[in-house]
Each structure stands twice: as structure tokens, then as C-alpha cells.
Design a protein around this ligand. Structure first.
Ligand SMILES: *Cc1c(COP(=O)(O)O)cnc(C)c1O
Length: 391
């Protein structure tokens, strides 16, 4: 018999009663150090007083009003996101996939509005993940994501990641945009090289294409910069955010330059819930924390520290891990043996350390961004012990 909750997730037999900072407390009475953070969502951990206060404060006023009225908190969050980034304008969504959907609509509309309606196709990358909507799964093209859901919209041309020559070769008169994750999350923590990002920017400029960055997982401080594209010095024209933006309250955003968004006029897009006052109050509170001067230096310091400790783990188990990937506080180890991959994720979980699998046999660590050395030390100690016992 089918379960009342549609059985699309393979769930661990584990639930939680509450959380505090980087820890979750299980219904089993045990404490878990959360280095998955809701898959890069809980960037400031659990029960953060400033965020909880913003949510409950707004909950006493209005949860929702329609987008047919002005929403001052949303206007403020949009101004702040533009101030932090390359963008001039923002559309708020409830999820990552909706942010990506909006980005695709911005691209299509830009070319129709500027008299080039034949430019409809988007170049994307092997291993990409842009969400589970029909548009996003058409980009991913894998059997796991798209099998049985066809016919898929035919508008994505997929090429290998970090291969600029392949991108250039894939450009045709129908190409409208290039869309990439500056660090692939689900795809296995591959990092776009700075030269690749700059090369994509140059190709877009030369061919009149738009560059779309999906920073849903890697944005908002995760790599040690506000946005991962900043490491390269090359800015996109359109960017998707979600995950950390609400620290667990569902909110996403599609950011664009004035030029790229020129087709997005009244009536071209919308969302009932997107940008409602509750989401905007939490989003502004998250930005209060992101904008603190000590925040990014601390993420960079912890990212470097975690890199050193994870490198020790890799060296301690010669031959078990053949790659250590990622940037800032999104890092992972690639298992040589496919069998070890999910077995280790489960064993670490059972021992009290939450992490998450990714494609390509990568064990992925996405701790809250406000962790301290002692949390990294605790995670590293558990890894040494559990890996030794498990493989
Ligand atoms: C999680 C994720 C998405 C999808 O977000 P949802 O909120 O699950 O729809 C899209 N792109 C990237 C890079 C992601 O990590």
C-alpha cells in the first residue's frame, strides 16, 4: 500500500524534535552535529534568535498579502540583494526550481523583446542540477531525474563542465544563454575554475548571450564570498538564489540586470505566495547576518580550517578517497569504492554526524556557515573513528 506521504524519498528512520545552533536533537534522545544543514539551507543553524524573532514578529502582523499590493519588506530585500550583487531587479519565489524557471523565462523574453526570437536554447552542463520542475529536469537529462517524464522540453544543450572549448563549439544561432552552477552541488561539488567563468563571460559578450548563474546552493556566503561568481571577477546577467535565503523558510529569488529583465513587464510573470511578508521578513533577517562584517572572513577561515581537517582524513585513509573538492564551506570527498559512499554517509549519521551524498560518489559536507573550530574538530574526530570502523 502506498504511504500517505508520497514515497519519492528514501528516508533515514530518524526524526528530530528540535535544534540549536549546528545541532539537531533526535526523537531517539540523541544529539546530531548537522554538517548537511538541510542541504545548505540552515546557514545559521537552528533556533537562531534573530531569525526566530523576525519570523514570530512578522507572524503577529501579516503572513500573506497579495502581490497586487506593495510589500515594503520585499522592496527592502530586493534593494539589499541588488546592493550586494550585480543585479538591478529581483523576482521572489518559494523555491529554487521556481527561481530557475523564472531565469529561463527572463532569458526567453529578453530575446523576444529585443527582436531575436530565434534565440531560444540554453547551454547547460553535465552533472547540473536546477531542480525538479519540467524545465529543470530537461536541463539535467539524466535517467534518474528525467526518466519516464518525457517528452521533455527540447531547449538545453549539455556540455562537459569546465570545458570552454566544448561550450564554444555548442554555440549556434539559436543559443540564447549559458546556465551553470559556479559550484555544482548535487553533481558532486565540482568548482568552476575562475578562468572558465571568465571565459564564459567573454563568450557571452562576444556572441550576445546571457550568462545565468544558479547559486541556489553555493550563493549567500557558502563559498566565502557573498556569491560564488565573485571569485572569478566575472558577473552573470541572471542569478538564482534560494536555499540559505530563508534559512529554512521557503523563499527563492531570481536576480537580473535591468538589460536582461527588459522583457519582464507587467503581467509576464507572477506567483501567489512568492515574496509574501513572512518570507521577506525572514529574508531580511538572514541578510542582516550575511552583511555583518565578520561573517565572510569567518566563513573563509572555517572553510580553510575544514579543508585542512578533511585533508587529514583523506590522507589517513590512503586509497579510500581520490578527490577532495569544493570551496569554502561546501566540501566533499570522492569515494574510490562506490559501495563505501552511501554506507559511510549512513554510518556517520548513526554516529551522530549528518552529511549528505552527492553524485559521483562524493560525500558532501554543508555545515552551517556560523560553525566554530570545535564543531569542525568534533566532525573530524567522528570521521576518523567511523571511517576506520566502516571500510
Ligand atoms: C536545491 C537546488 C535547486 C532546487 O531547489 P528547490 O528549492 O529544491 O526547488 C536548484 N539548483 C540548485 C543548484 C540547487 O542546489
Amino acid at each position: 500500500m502506498i504511504s500517505p506521504v508520497m514515497p519519492v524519498y528514501k528516508r533515514a528512520d530518524l526524526s528530530f524534535t528540535h535544534g540549536e545552533g549546528p545541532y539537531l536533537f533526535g526523537a531517539d534522545g540523541r544529539r546530531y552535529l548537522d554538517f548537511a544543514a538541510g542541504i545548505a539551507v540552515n546557514a545559521f543553524g537552528y533556533a537562531h534568535p534573530h531569525l526566530a524573532g523576525a519570523l514570530t514578529g512578522q507572524a503577529q502582523k501579516t503572513w500573506h498579502v497579495s502581490n497586487i499590493y506593495r510589500i515594503p519588506e520585499g522592496e527592502r530585500l530586493a534593494r539589499r540583494l541588488c546592493g550586494l550583487s550585480f543585479a538591478d531587479t529581483v523576482f521572489f519565489t518559494n523555491s529554487g526550481l521556481e527561481a530557475f524557471e523564472c531565469a529561463v523565462k527572463v532569458v526567453r523574453k529578453y530575446f523576444s523583446a529585443t527582436g531575436r526570437p530565434e534565440k531560444t536554447r540554453i547551454i547547460c552542463f553535465q552533472g547540473c542540477f536546477h531542480g525538479r520542475g519540467m524545465t529543470a529536469i530537461a536541463a539535467s537529462k539524466t535517467e534518474k531525474m528525467a526518466g519516464g517524464f518525457g517528452p521533455l522540453i527540447d531547449m538545453f544543450d549539455q556540455v562537459p563542465y569546465n570545458d570552454l572549448a566544448a561550450v564554444e563549439a555548442a554555440i549556434t544561432p539559436a543559443t540564447a544563454a549559458i546556465a551553470l552552477e559556479p559550484v555544482q552541488g548535487e553533481g558532486g561539488l565540482r568548482v568552476a575554475t575562475d578562468a572558465f567563468m571568465r571565459g564564459l563571460r567573454a563568450l557571452c559578450d562576444r556572441h550576445g548571450l546571457l550568462l545565468v548563474a544558479d547559486e541556489i546552493q553555493c550563493g549567500l556566503g557558502r563559498t566565502g564570498r557573498n556569491f560564488a561568481y565573485e571569485w572569478s571577477g566575472a558577473s552573470p546577467d541572471v542569478m538564482c538564489l534560494a536555499k540559505a535565503l530563508g534559512n529554512g523558510f521557503p523563499v527563492g529569488a531570481c536576480l537580473a540586470t535591468e538589460k536582461a529583465a527588459q522583457g519582464m513587464t507587467i503581467g509576464t510573470h507572477g506567483s501567489t505566495f512568492g515574496g509574501n511578508p513572512l518570507a521577506m521578513a525572514v529574508g531580511n533577517a538572514v541578510l542582516d547576518l550575511v552583511e555583518k562584517p565578520e561573517f565572510l572572513p569567518q566563513v573563509q577561515r572555517m572553510g580553510d580550517y575544514f579543508r585542512r581537517r578533511l585533508e587529514e582524513v583523506r590522507r589517513a585513509f590512503q586509497g579510500a578517497f581520490d578527490d577532495h573538492r569544493g570551496r569554502g564551506l561546501m566540501q566533499g570527498l570522492r569515494c574510490v569504492n562506490a559501495e563505501h559512499h552511501l554506507r559511510l554517509v549512513a554510518a556517520l549519521r548513526d554516529a551522530g554526524l549528518l552529511c549528505v551524498g552527492a553524485s559521483d560518489q562524493v560525500i558532501r559536507f554543508l555545515p552551517p556557515l556560523n560553525i566554530e573550530e570545535k564543531h569542525v574538530d568534533e566532525a573530524a574526530a567522528l570521521m576518523h573513528k567511523i571511517i576506520a570502523e566502516t571500510i
